[in-house]
Design a protein around this ligand. Structure first.
Ligand code: GDP
Length: 327
């Protein structure tokens, strides 16, 4: 096993001073699969913990083509004009398979990537959704420690990645298109229940009227669903990422939400619940990682697995035996 000779105290110091190069190096350390790197990364994040937690954490989701990157470019540029430093991260569980992330790509955010007050990082490309999400969450903490007051986390509207991003953010924004056919997009998948706001993009030119109708349809649909918090009813707004029309309104909703959640105590409660949930999620992953990585354990697990497949051992007994291997 190689031992890393990285000076994490210096790295932490540079990162705290706001160095984007140090931030990038720290995230690379978090994303590394090497055991010694992971140990150092845990130490680094723990060291920086007092400097985390202060950002607006905003999740942004939507189907491909809805305008996520255009929106992040416009919203991020607006926020920088307001004096914020903006970090953009992404959770793309398919990037490991496709060999390249379509999310968090700098070339898709031309204005933002040219700014010294922005930091854009594509999705980590390692394996499972749980792994990708955990690394993105740690990257978010590092961004906060580096002084980024807004962290935008992009995810594509497929499967469980939305839940994962919702679990690490304070405000979850669902982007939709005007006139999504008979059915409202996202209602069936349960996405709408996660959203703190629905924003209908491309409300410009010929689309304007259709966008307004779509917004009214979503308002009607949200009326039927029970809101996640009694102190916040998710608004539905139209905007255009292309013209920038309505971008300020979206941010105003984020501020309104923060105010309402702070007043009710829901903000702190949501953060607390998220922390504990992440602890269990990390534990689950580390246990699974041990089962997969330690050669002697792996061999025994394979044998047990084969016995279950053959019907010689019940899954319940097998699980018991595997648990004993971890002690
Ligand atoms: P993503 O796949 O969700 O990131 O979507 P993109 O941001 O790449 O946008 C997909 C396409 O929609 C691009 O051709 C954009 O120029 C276009 N687009 C994005 N926002 C708007 C908008 O507000 N109005 C119009 N008319 N087109 C837009």
């Amino acid at each position: 096993e190689k031992k890393a000779s990285l000076d994490i105290t210096t790295l932490a110091k540079e990162l705290r001073a706001g160095s984007r190069a140090a931030l990038a190096r720290a995230i690379t350390l978090v994303e590394s699969r090497r055991g010694d790197h992971q140990a150092l990364a845990r130490e680094l994040v723990q060291m920086l913990l007092p400097d985390t937690g202060k950002a607006f954490r905003v999740g942004i989701t939507g189907s491909p083509g809805v305008g996520k990157s255009t929106t992040i470019d416009a919203l991020g540029t607006y926020l920088i004009e307001q004096g914020h430093k903006v970090a953009v991260l992404a959770v793309d569980p398919s990037s490991a398979r496709s060999g390249g992330s379509i999310l968090g790509d700098k070339t898709r955010m031309a204005r933002l990537s040219a700014s010294d007050d922005a930091f854009i990082r594509p999705s980590p490309s390692s394996g499972t959704l749980g792994g990708v999400a955990a690394k993105t969450r740690e990257a978010m903490l590092l961004c906060e420690a580096a002084g980024f007051g807004v962290v935008l986390i992009e995810t594509v509207g497929i499967g469980q990645s939305e839940t994962a991003v919702c679990d690490m953010t304070d405000f979850f924004l669902a982007l939709m298109l005007p006139g999504g056919g008979d059915e409202l997009q996202g209602i069936k998948k349960g996405l709408v229940e996660l959203a703190d706001m629905i924003a209908i993009n491309k409300a410009d030119g010929d689309n304007l009227k259709r966008a307004k109708i779509t917004a009214a349809d979503y308002r009607g649909a949200l009326h039927i669903l029970a809101p996640r918090s009694e102190h916040w009813h998710p608004p539905v707004e139209t905007y255009s990422a292309l013209t920038g029309d309505g971008i300020a309104k979206i941010w105003q909703k984020v501020l309104d939400h923060r105010k309402a959640m702070n007043a009710s105590g829901d903000f702190a409660a949501r953060r607390r619940e998220q922390q504990v949930k992440w602890m269990w999620s990390m534990l689950e992953q580390r246990m699974l990682a041990r089962l997969r990585s330690e050669a002697s354990v792996r061999t025994k697990v394979r044998k047990i697995e084969a016995e279950v497949a053959e019907g010689h051992l019940t899954p319940a007994l097998a699980a018991e035996q595997i648990l004993e291997l971890l002690q």
